[in-house]
Design a binder for this molecule. Structure first.
Ligand code: FES
Length: 169
């Protein structure tokens, strides 16, 4: 998908919040604010971090762009490619697989006709296969936004996908 480039600049209130976050760390240690600033950036810039956005964050924190790229590409909660309206982070780590995660993942793949790392043609769903999300006792599970959906079955997944379709269509 082609990115339509607009001027990259945080809203004044976000810049104020970033300043507050940076001040929580000792002088010269502003890199410690990076995770939180990336969250704010992702939230403000269409739920993903383009190279331009990451470069902007690097300039704000007075660090090298590569330091931002390293962090943004390491953690699965950051999107470094354009994503759909609904980002499904599906846990495919051992404990969830023991209780049927692979079967549920295949069901999601065939329902949406995409594989992990892909976005549906209508731009509605992005599917990501991620490592343990810390809800191992409630697998199979997935995360959308800040909400966990646990003890998944194919029926639960169908309902969930339909609910999101209704919400965003
Ligand atoms: S293994 Fe799936 S949440 Fe921990």
């Amino acid at each position: 998908m082609e990115e339509i480039q607009t001027k990259i600049e945080f809203k004044p209130e976000t810049l104020k919040e970033i300043d507050r976050i940076i001040k929580q760390f000792p002088e010269g240690k502003q890199k410690s604010a990076l995770l939180r600033v990336l969250h704010l950036a992702q939230h403000e810039f269409d739920n993903w971090l383009s190279v331009d956005v990451m470069d902007y964050v690097a300039r704000l924190l007075h660090i090298n762009p590569i330091e931002v790229y390293e962090v943004a590409t390491f953690y699965s909660m950051y999107n470094v490619e354009k994503v759909g309206k609904v980002v499904i982070e599906f846990c495919h780590t051992g404990p969830c697989c023991l209780v049927g995660a692979e079967k549920i993942l295949k069901h999601i793949e065939s329902s949406l006709n995409i594989k992990p790392g892909q976005t549906t043609e209508d731009g509605m769903f992005t599917l990501k296969a991620v490592e343990c999300l810390g809800a191992c006792g409630y697998g199979p599970m997935l995360q959308i936004g800040e909400t966990f959906y646990e003890n998944l079955t194919e029926e639960k997944v169908d309902t969930l996908l339909n609910d999101f379709r209704l919400k965003f269509n």
